[in-house]
Structures are given as structure tokens and as C-alpha cells.
Design a protein around this ligand. Structure first.
Ligand SMILES: *Cc1c(COP(=O)(O)O)cnc(C)c1O
Length: 409
């Protein structure tokens, strides 16, 4: 079965009771069990079943099964947001004294979260470049995971996942990948050796900009050793499911970061069209990048699809000649960047990616406003830089929109 058929039919089927072809919204907090003995079994994990939506729910389960299949994992946990997924994915295995090695061009919220972990005794070291040589310099005896994005947002760097999985495994630590910007349509990092994948499904998985959600998918392959990961000790009886069992019974349940059933329903609908949307936005972004490169008022265009981009070959090999929807441009000054944004008619000024509409933002004055100049430079953020995330519009109209707005700067 190929990707899109799998997306629509794999691991899920019409509703067993009613035949509904769209998964129903189970907008219920709790689920009745006929006997106390059955409830006991479900609670102890000896029998599958639904108890309470903070732990699991049929609409959310339907979405989880789809994401598990699309990313090629053994299971997944849907979360209330992408940030819930990122934070729980790492906190599930870390304790005070542990360290993370992360890329520096990562999503601003993740960067802020990692920095905040220092209050709990967890330190993050940021490698300036997404190369294994640069990362290896930051690995110490306390490092417990490597964290990267398949396409750094907003740096747009593209790490070689296979090489990073070899590096992580050399030190017996997992490789955790945020696959939000590429989606499983472009790459399934677990197949390239990553151990755990996270997503903000608020973006391309949903695709309509209508819901916040996240997901954590586990390959089930990582060998958690007790010396490095003592917290996983009580869950080793679950074999390849031990990471997810610990997560669902632990912080996920205890902090209370479940996805809302209504959001799961909307995201399930959005997911149906993932392939069509990704095909469209990748083609449109590639065309817009080439167009903007030839505009005299634009100083630089960053897009992995451009042949001169330093990560072009890695991206081409990993993503099958598709490069995602996000590009950045530099226009010379912050004032010009603001004027350009203010004059765009269709491209909306909004702090999001993966919407059906084209979105732009000035990262330096918004998402990265609290960072130092050095931190911004490491993240690929400059005062004159605009991030563009191409939507589903007719690309001729978006080109025209940039043309008229560029005439005003
Ligand atoms: C948006 C985003 C997140 C955070 O997701 P939310 O759903 O907004 O919490 C994490 N990683 C990446 C790459 C993102 O773009």
C-alpha cells in the first residue's frame, strides 16, 4: 500500500457500530464499564479499553493509530499541543543532572522550553551547525538525547538523519526528531534510524489552521539501559512499548496534556488531504523561492530547494526532491521588512505555519524578540528577515502580491 492509501485506509476502518466513514467525535469525559473487575483490568493495563479522556478516547485513538502507521512506529500519544509533545517526549526520560544536545535553529518555543529546563537541573547544549562533527563536541557523559528538526524552523537547515542516528547510538542515547515542517509525506525519520518523532499537528498535519495539537511516535527500537535511563526501569515489562507505557501512565496523564476530542476530529479530517496539500505547497514554495531570488530588492532567499543551498543535496536525497513550504527572505533592513509585510494583501501576517493560507512573519521582533543577537544569528534570524509559509492559493497570485508589495519598499 502506498502512502496516501495508507493514510486513508491503513490501521483504521469505518465505525464498527454505525458504519460512519468519518470518525465520530466521542465528546465524553468518561467511559462506562459493565463490571468493577473489567474496570480494574483496564486500569492496570491488562485489558484494552477507554476510561477517561485525559488518558485515552476513541476519536483521539483513531488519530493516534493513523500517525503511528504514517511514521512507522509501534505506537503514539496525541497531545494538547506541539509544545506538550516536545516537552513530554524529553521529560519522559530525563532527570536532574541530564543534558540535551540540540540544534540551534529550532522552533522558538522549543528553544525557550529547553532553556527553562535549567531550573530543574537539565542543561541544553546547542550545536551551532547541524552536522554530526559539531554535535559530537557537545556530547558529555551526562548527555541523554539528541534533538533536531527535519527542517529547522526558521533556519531551514536539513540534518542527515541517518548520520545523526549513528552518532546518537554510538553514545547509547536516543535521537528525537521534530518532523513538523517536513511531515511523514516527505520523510519518516524512524525509517532513517531516529528513535522518537514529535510533531506539532497544529501545522501541516491539520493543514487548516483550526486546531492546536501534537503527537509523539516511538519506534520501539531504542534499548533503554538502566544506568543511563533509570526512570524507565519500572516499565521494561512492556518491551518495545516501555517508553510509551511510561509516558501515558506518567507525565502525560499526570500533567494532563490530552488532545481535545473535537480537535482530534478536525485534525483527522485535515490529515485526509495531507498528500495533496504537501504536493501543492512544496511546488508553490519552490516556484516562489526562484521568483523572489530574481527580485532585485531581495538580498537573500533561503530555501532548501534552491540548488545553491548548502543543504540542498541532503534535502533532495531524504525528501525525494520536495523541500517543504517554508522559505525566508532578507530585504536589507527591519523597516523594509515591516513595509513589505504591511503591504502584502494575501500573505497574512500571522505566527503560524502550515495553514491553508500563505503566512508571513518577522521572527526577530516576535518569536525571537527576547534573544540576544548571537542567539538570533545561530537560529538564522536577522533583523531584515521575513519567514514565509506558502499556502494553497494559486501561486501566480502570491507572486503578484509580493511583486506589488516589493515595489513599495
Ligand atoms: C509550532 C511548532 C511547535 C509547537 O507546536 P504548537 O502546536 O504550537 O504547540 C513545535 N515545533 C515546531 C517545528 C513548530 O513549528
Amino acid at each position: 500500500m502506498k502512502f496516501t492509501t495508507k493514510l486513508l485506509h491503513g490501521n483504521v476502518s469505518p465505525n464498527a457500530e454505525t458504519g460512519a466513514t468519518t470518525p465520530p467525535i466521542y465528546q465524553s469525559a468518561a467511559f462506562y464499564q459493565q463490571s468493577a473487575a473489567a474496570m480494574e483490568k483496564i486500569f492496570s493495563g491488562k485489558k484494552p479499553g477507554f476510561v477517561y479522556t485525559r488518558v485515552n478516547n476513541p476519536t483521539i485513538d483513531y488519530f493516534e493509530r493513523r500517525m503511528t502507521l504514517l511514521e512507522g512506529g509501534v505506537g503514539s500519544v496525541a497531545c494538547s499541543s506541539g509544545m506538550a509533545a516536545v516537552s513530554l517526549a524529553v521529560l519522559n526520560i530525563l532527570k536532574s543532572g541530564d543534558e540535551i544536545v540540540s540544534g540551534s535553529g529550532i522552533f522558538g518555543g522549543t528553544y525557550s522550553f529547553f532553556n527553562g529546563l535549567s531550573a530543574y537541573g537539565i542543561k541544553t547544549n546547542y550545536a551551532q551547525k547541524s552536522t554530526t562533527t559539531c554535535f559530537e563536541k557537545y556530547i558529555t557523559a551526562n548527555t541523554r538525547l539528541i534533538f533536531l528538526e527535519t527542517i529547522g524552523n526558521p533556519k531551514l537547515d536539513v540534518p542527515d538523519i541517518k548520520a545523526f542516528s549513528q552518532l546518537a547510538h554510538k553514545y547509547h542515547i536516543p535521537l528525537i526528531i521534530d518532523n513538523t515542517a517536513a511531515t511523514p509525506y516527505l520523510i519518516q525519520p524512524l525509517k532513517h534510524g531516529a528513535d522518537i518523532v514529535v510533531h506539532s499537528v497544529s501545522k501541516f498535519i491539520d493543514g487548516g489552521g483550526n486546531s492546536i495539537g501534537g503527537t509523539i511516535i516511538d519506534s520501539g527500537r531504542f534499548k533503554w539501559t538502566e544506568d543511563k535511563f533509570p526512570l524507565i526501569k519500572n516499565f521494561t515489562q512492556y518491551g518495545p512499548f516501555c517508553y510509551l507505557a511510561k509516558l501515558r501512565a506518567g507525565l502525560f496523564k499526570d500533567i494532563g496534556t490530552c488532545m481535545a476530542p473535537l480537535n482530534a476530529y478536525l485534525i483527522n479530517l485535515g490529515l485526509d488531504t495531507l498528500s495533496l496539500r504537501m504536493e501543492r505547497v512544496c511546488a508553490s514554495a519552490n516556484r516562489l523561492a526562484s521568483y523572489l531570488k530574481n527580485c532585485s530588492k531581495i538580498k537573500a532567499v533561503n530555501y532548501p530547494g534552491l540548488p545553491e543551498n548548502p543543504d540542498h543535496e541532503t534535502a533532495k536525497r531524504q525528501f525525494g526532491d520536495k523541500y517543504g513550504a517554508i522559505l525566508t527572505i532578507r530585504v536589507g533592513t527591519k523597516e523594509k521588512a515591516f513595509t513589505l509585510i504591511d503591504n502584502l494583501k494575501y500573505a497574512l501576517n500571522a505566527a503560524n505555519i502550515g495553514d491553508s493560507k500563505t503566512l508571513v512573519i518577522h521572527p526577530a521582533s516576535t518569536i525571537y524578540a527576547a534573544d540576544t543577537e548571537e542567539q538570533k544569528a545561530n537560529a538564522g534570524v536577522y533583523d531584515d528577515l521575513i519567514r514565509i509559509c506558502v499556502g494553497l492559493e494559486d501561486i501566480e497570485d502570491i507572486e503578484e502580491d509580493f511583486k506589488q508589495a516589493l515595489a513599495k519598499i
